[in-house]
Design a protein around this ligand. Structure first.
Ligand SMILES: [Zn+2]
Length: 252
């Protein structure tokens, strides 16, 4: 009797482990990358004098929770207190072979559009005229350019559906090196030289959530309700992308 109970318990444990493993195996995987580093290269400086990396970490942390709640496995390229090189970030994506790699940033603009201001923390800049909105960046050198564009387009569609505007500033023809627009409706740019996009061997997209040298867009980035709207839109886009994706490049 004792033996029977033990075998039954063992069977249940094995069955439980198998179910757990198969649930993990079927959960879609995304790698999230919070742009820049707390120590080395902290990115743009906002109108309020706050480093871009702080906005990236807040947004990416909330995005991680939303993806986990939606049933995704999430791998982060770094924790908020960690520094990671661009090559290390790409290596994490390549080793884990997710459905998609998404890098989160907050934007600035060219110096000619900016006026210098003083803040309590450090000298900063603000736009002379409104430059605001999200933009999406992909690289033709990524081996999954088409899938990267498909994911970026889905994110653009969902962001538009929640009323988000898009930032076409990078394509300004008066700039020395304007970025080519792939999709003007959702501000999807070819940004071929970005290392995390061109050295990743999985579909890869960089999202500039907003322009933190613009007063209104920085306020949007600080607003938890506004962030949640954008985050829900991104998760919805990823769910649509997952349903369309065969992911034949995946190792596991
Ligand atoms: Zn950045």
């Amino acid at each position: 009797m004792k033996n029977f109970k033990f075998i039954n318990a063992l069977r249940m444990a094995v069955l439980g482990a198998a179910l757990f493993l198969s649930a993990c195996a079927t959960r879609p995987l995304i790698v999230l990358d919070s742009g820049h580093n707390p120590v080395r290269s902290s990115g743009a400086i906002s109108v309020r004098g706050i480093n871009e990396v702080d906005y990236n970490d807040i947004f990416t942390g909330e995005l991680e929770r939303a993806f986990a709640q939606a049933g995704w496995q999430v791998v982060m390229t770094r924790k908020p207190e960690e520094d990671r090189s661009l090559d290390e970030r790409a290596a994490i994506a390549n080793e884990t072979a997710p459905l998609v790699f998404l890098s989160i940033h907050h934007d600035s603009t060219q110096l000619e559009n900016l006026a210098e201001i003083k803040t309590a923390y450090q000298p900063a800049y603000r736009t002379k005229h409104p430059i605001a909105g999200s933009s999406l960046h992909i690289s033709i050198d990524n081996p999954h350019y088409d899938d990267s564009l498909r994911f970026a387009t889905l994110v653009g569609e969902e962001l538009q559906a929640v009323g988000r505007k898009f930032n076409l500033d990078h394509a300004n023809p008066s700039y020395e090196r304007p970025l080519p627009l792939v999709n003007a409706d959702y501000a999807i740019y070819r940004h071929d030289l970005l290392r995390v996009l061109r050295t990743t061997t999985v579909p890869a997209v960089l999202l500039e959530v907003g322009v933190i040298v613009d007063i209104d867009d920085e306020e949007l980035a600080r607003n938890a309700d506004e962030r949640q709207k954008l985050i829900s839109a991104i998760v919805k886009a990823a769910d649509k992308y997952r349903k369309q994706t065969k992911a034949s490049w995946r190792k596991k």
